[in-house]
Design a protein around this ligand. Sequence first.
Ligand code: HEM
Length: 221
Amino acid sequence: MSDSSCQVCRPSSVGKKVVMAITGLVLAGFVLGHMSGNLLMFKGPAAIDAYAAWLHANPLLLWTSRIVLLLSAAAHVWAGVTLTLENRAARDGGPSVDATRRATLGSRTMPYTGLVLLAFIVFHLLHYTFQAAALGGQKFDSVYRMVVTGFSSAPVSVFYVVSMLLLCLHLGHGFSSLFQTLGLRNERWRGRLDRLSLAYAWIVALGFVSIPVAVLAGILK
Ligand code: HEM
């Protein structure tokens, strides 16, 4: 489209959407892998602690994944923030660029759920990866013990559960939208891909949620 008022059609915006889609795919893959690993909590301390020890015993794998994750998260946030600001500026100066799209709760709240998730990740890294003293962090040798102790606090568990529900909302829209950006979604596939995205988002969110809920219910202790 050559219409100069169409901000999302400008090459720079298209490039940023592709950056969002590719980095979003990396992050969506990470959350599924991370959630699956965390479910080892239900197999007991030996299983999850052995998994954590295996990860730390493979520094190349650990640090490659950390660097890819960090770069993906930084690029995803940068593209998300700049695209949102560009879209807002375009809306203020002319007709809504979203006028022809079906706006859902997920699509309308993407920038907000994204920012809450960013805050969640900072808290989460301080909580479990750095075991920060400011969050009442003791140093643990066992990941199982650390997670059970962390989720024994009801406010912390509630914060995790609410964040996971927002992750579900973000992922439910984002996952389906990335197929559109990468040109892999047509009208025939739209419904199926939307349902697949929703199922993916719920599986990831409920898998994560099961852990604080199981700790509070006394199933994991
Ligand atoms: C019930 C939910 C969750 C639990 C129990 C959990 C548990 C953990 C634990 C124990 C670690 C430290 C691993 C270690 O250093 O050995 C960790 C690291 C991490 N978690 Fe989670 N996590 C949860 C949800 C999430 C979510 C939803 C995200 C992203 C949206 C996330 C992102 C990360 C990241 C980026 C790291 C750092 C990985 C690294 O050190 O390389 N976590 N998590």
